[in-house]
Design a binder for this molecule. Structure first.
Ligand SMILES: [Zn+2]
Length: 101
C-alpha cells in the first residue's frame, strides 16, 4: 500500500538520500515536504526493488512495472511520473562516481 502523509494526507513517494556516504530512502510528501525513513517493505509497496550492494555499501532501488493492483489509476499515474524522475537521477549518479578500484 502506498503511504499517505500523516500531516496533509497526500500520497508520499520514495526519495533517495545520501548522508556521510551512505545511501538510503525516505518517503517524502510532495505537498508539505514531510518525510520519514522508508523501510524495505515500503519500497516494495511502490514497486521498487530494494537492493543492498555490499561491495559498495549502497542501496539501489530498481523501478519495476507498476502493476500493483492495490494502486488506484491516479496513484499509478503519479508513480509513473515519479519513476521517470527516479531513473533520471539514477542515470546522473552513474556518471558522478567514476572512481575505479
Ligand atoms: Zn504532507
Amino acid at each position: 500500500m502506498v503511504k499517505f502523509c500523516p500531516r496533509c494526507g497526500a500520497a508520499m513517494f520514495p526519495l533517495k538520500k545520501k548522508e556521510s556516504g551512505e545511501e538510503y530512502y525516505v518517503l517524502k510528501c510532495p505537498r508539505c515536504g514531510y518525510e520519514e525513513k522508508a523501510s524495505k517493505k515500503d519500497l516494495e509497496a511502490y514497486g521498487l526493488k530494494y537492493v543492498v550492494d555490499s561491495s559498495k555499501r549502497t542501496i539501489t532501488a530498481k523501478a519495476t512495472e507498476a502493476r500493483a493492483s492495490s494502486l488506484s489509476p491516479d496513484e499509478r499515474e503519479m508513480l509513473q511520473e515519479y519513476y521517470e524522475v527516479l531513473l533520471e537521477s539514477m542515470k546522473e549518479e552513474e556518471g558522478e562516481e567514476e572512481e575505479s578500484d
